[in-house]
Write a protein that binds this ligand. Structure first.
Ligand code: NAD
Ligand code: DAU
Length: 352
């Protein structure tokens, strides 16, 4: 039986990946390693927690000795590495936390895999999940391809770029079998309400201002999280070693247009008059170093592995809103305690 380690499986994307692997692969022994930071939540995966071939391990990837011992004990055949500090705004206030988890944490996993696998890489795979933000910012036209040079602008994207380079370097130098994917903005159930879509859903429910950074003309490419999980499954099993695949939704939106669509859908769901939620839109001070536009060319994964998104943005957004409205207790839990402090620090000083 193959032993698979998934890191960050209590987080947003990780929880969808863990669920998919546990449900689809009863022949794998699946280990979910997560430090349960503010972004990790076991409530995201209660439905699979008792599966016989699933084990949750609470632990920190920045602890080299712990990681080495874990690999010694279980001798994993494959690693899907999603654990990270993931929020750009937090990386601006505390960059070092991003170096620790995203760079050092990734190094610890690479070193442990290399030590355990030695030179016998048959059937082994290290899959590193990365972001389109490593490519920097696009102007009004063009798309990021797998050969676009790295040009990260935020401490978050610089830490992800650094970890990507180390993964690649371990492949070139030691022959470690790796794949990397660079994905665009995900959205969907279980998304922590510090990111644009879940933050705005929560604020609309609570009639709080919707803080749009700058002029709201910044553009992102959005992908439903379950479509990302399908792509990750496909790349893990069928992607070529030492290759990079871009994953995206072919779905670009300027923030302000997205927010208006979200407001319209929320008005319908909450039985509010059309235009009611949009009155909450408030332009605030811009994010420093804010990347103007991200857009992914996902034709490689489409042509080579046959992947494409399964839902339209309107469908995905409706599923997302329905999930948040049906899971008010989840939302209340994650927005109590430290979230309030974060919110005050991030937004109360930001009104423009
Ligand atoms: P998230 O912040 O929701 O979850 C991160 C998870 O990692 C949490 O469960 C957290 O507890 C865990 N974690 C953090 N530090 C840890 C540590 N030191 N040791 C062990 N576990 C730790 O993040 P997400 O949005 O689900 O992103 C997952 C991965 O996908 C990240 O690598 C991110 O860079 C990448 N990614 C995210 C997006 C996106 O839109 N969210 C897009 C592309 C790529
Ligand atoms: O592109 C992939 C990346 O997408 C991932 O690697 C990151 O982990 C993920 O957090 C996300 O980064 P972004 O910075 O694009 O996501 P965020 O939801 O923070 O912001 C989306 C856009 O909305 C961005 O242009 C900033 C803007 N924004 C965000 C927040 C939180 C606002 O206007 N107001 C806000 O309050």
């Amino acid at each position: 039986m193959k032993k698979i380690l998934i890191t960050g499986g209590a987080g947003f994307i990780g929880s969808h990946v863990v669920r998919r692997f546990v449900n689809r692969y009863p022949n794998y022994q699946i280990y979910n390693l997560d430090a349960l930071t503010y972004a990790g939540n076991l409530e995201n995966i209660t439905d699979i927690e008792n599966a016989p071939h699933y084990t949750f391990v609470k632990g920190d990837i920045t602890d080299a000795d712990f990681i080495h011992a874990l690999f010694e004990k279980h001798r994993f055949d494959g690693v899907l590495h999603l654990a990270a500090e993931s929020h750009v705004d937090r990386s601006i206030t505390d960059p070092l936390a991003f170096v620790k988890t995203n760079v050092i944490g990734t190094m610890n996993l690479l070193n442990a895999a290399k030590a355990i696998w030695k030179d016998n890489f048959e059937g082994k795979r290290f899959y590193h999940i990365s972001t389109d933000e490593v490519y920097g910012s696009l102007g009004a036209t063009g798309l990021f391809t797998e050969t676009t040079p790295y040009d990260p602008n935020s401490p978050y994207s610089a830490s992800k770029a650094s970890s990507d380079h180390f993964v690649r370097a371990y492949g070139e130098t030691y022959g470690l079998p790796y794949v990397i994917t660079n994905c665009s903005n995900n959205y969907g159930p279980n998304h922590f309400p510090e990111k644009l879509i879940p933050l705005f859903i929560n604020n609309i429910i609570n009639n709080k201002p919707l803080p749009v950074y700058g002029d709201g003309k910044y553009t992102r490419d959005w992908l439903f999280v379950e479509d990302h999980a399908v792509a990750i499954d496909l790349v893990f099993h069928e992607g070529k070693n030492h290759e990079t695949y871009n994953i995206g939704g072919f779905n670009e939106w300027q923030n302000i247009d997205l927010v208006k669509l979200l407001c319209q859908q929320m008005d319908k769901k909450l039985g509010r008059a059309d235009g009611e939620s949009a009155k909450l839109i408030t332009y605030v001070k811009d994010r420093p170093g804010h990347d103007l536009r991200y857009a992914i060319d996902a034709s490689k994964i489409n042509k080579e592995l046959g992947w494409e998104p399964s839902v339209t943005f309107e469908q995905g957004l409706e599923k997302t809103i329905d999930w948040y409205l049906a899971n008010e207790a989840w939302l209340k839990n994650v927005t109590s305690g430290d979230y309030q402090k974060y919110y005050e620090q991030q937004y109360d000083k930001q009104q423009s």
